[in-house]
Design a protein around this ligand. Structure first.
Ligand code: SF4
Length: 356
């Protein structure tokens, strides 16, 4: 919705390359979107837009389910929107316990604001609310404690790890101590598998995939972004996703109709690029559709690991070949770093509009 942001996160430079309010996606452009099964509204900070409620109202004509990712700072605006749309999902980014969160997000009282917003939403009876955490070296030890807090509050708990792309205006994000961060994910996977919620068992698989990702390995599932899922930026540019190094534009919805754009030769060219994309990212936006589509590849993992958990056997990150190889010194940190998307010499792309 916007590339403006009030936070100053260490892993995202988007706040340094904001969009201008007057060029951000309009209701007219939103009206051209096709019917959608699911929409994630993100930014920047989406609640910076004072017309967000009107945009959401329009989106509900198109989309069965909507989730907004926010830093939770604008409590009053969030509550006001949720009064009109109590069915909406809200994910508040909290990067750790209080001190770590505020250091990573660069918001002095960010944790208290985010946490207060979550609590108020809960008190209002909102069902689909939760935390979103980007796990990295600095906050990995807070992963399980934060999960426990979300659990006690009966909230969702969404995880991610560091990525580089035009969207984050970043090329240098990387996990430095992979085994330590992976160990915390391993603990989380075991907690999730021990629960009685099938949804959490699938989340365990997602987090298992995050361990695979931070070891810079091939995605566990194919990526079909641009075939059945897309990302639209504040300028109306439609792209496969927000994980590429530079903008890979299929067309522009401000200037074109949806049918023109989606069926264009340019869109097909981008689809060819997706087929050989080697970025191997593992973000919920591209993994969730893949988990639904390739469910038969996921279910055996979920059933076998839940069964093991019931028998008291723990999940281990060393079931991934790469974790064993790294532990046994058969692959070095430098080799893994080279396979990752971190490139300290790369030119950073900010993906801002070329028209302005
Ligand atoms: S792997 Fe998929 S989601 Fe990631 S950058 Fe490539 S096309 Fe985008």
């Amino acid at each position: 919705m916007t590339y403006r942001c009030n936070a100053r996160c260490t892993m995202c430079n988007r706040y340094k390359a904001p969009s201008k309010a007057e060029e951000e996606i309009s209701i007219e452009t939103i009206k051209k979107l096709p019917r959608m099964y699911f929409t994630n509204i993100t930014g920047g900070e989406p609640f910076i837009r004072t017309d967000l409620k009107e945009l959401v109202r329009e989106l509900y004509r198109k989309s069965d389910r909507i989730v907004i990712s926010t830093n939770g700072f604008f409590t009053d605006r969030i509550i006001d929107l949720c009064k009109e749309f109590p069915q909406i999902g809200i994910r508040i980014s909290i990067e750790g316990l209080e001190r770590t969160n505020n250091e990573i997000r660069g918001l002095d009282n960010g944790y208290q604001r985010g946490y207060t917003t979550l609590r108020k939403l809960r008190e209002m009876g909102m069902k689909d609310v939760g935390f979103g955490m980007t796990v990295q070296d600095r906050n990995a030890s807070d992963l399980v404690p934060l999960y426990e807090i979300s659990n006690e509050l009966g909230m969702e708990f969404a995880t991610a790890s560091l990525h580089n792309s035009f969207y984050f205006v970043e090329t240098k994000n990387i996990i430095k101590d992979r085994p330590v961060v992976a160990k915390n994910f391993e603990n989380l996977v075991n907690r999730l598998l021990a629960s009685n919620s099938p949804k959490k068992w699938f989340r365990a698989y997602f987090n298992h995939g995050l361990i695979n990702y931070i070891y810079a390995q091939k995605r566990l599932l194919p990526c079909d972004m641009s075939f059945d899922t897309f990302f639209i930026d504040p300028y109306g540019d439609v792209m496969p996703c927000n994980g590429t190094k530079d903008k890979e534009v299929m067309g522009n919805l401000t200037r074109q109709t949806w049918e023109e754009l989606w069926n264009s030769p340019q869109a097909d060219e981008i689809r060819k690029k997706v087929r050989c994309c080697n970025r191997n990212c593992w973000m919920i936006g591209s993994v969730s559709p893949a988990m639904h589509k390739y469910i038969l590849r996921v279910i055996p993992w979920v059933i076998s690991h839940k069964a093991k958990s019931l028998l008291g056997m723990k999940y281990s990150m060393y079931e991934l070949d790469i974790c064993r190889k790294y532990r046994d010194g058969k692959v070095s940190k430098e080799e893994l770093d080279k396979c990752s998307t971190c490139d300290i010499n790369a030119v950073v792309s900010d993906g801002l509009s070329q028209d302005t």
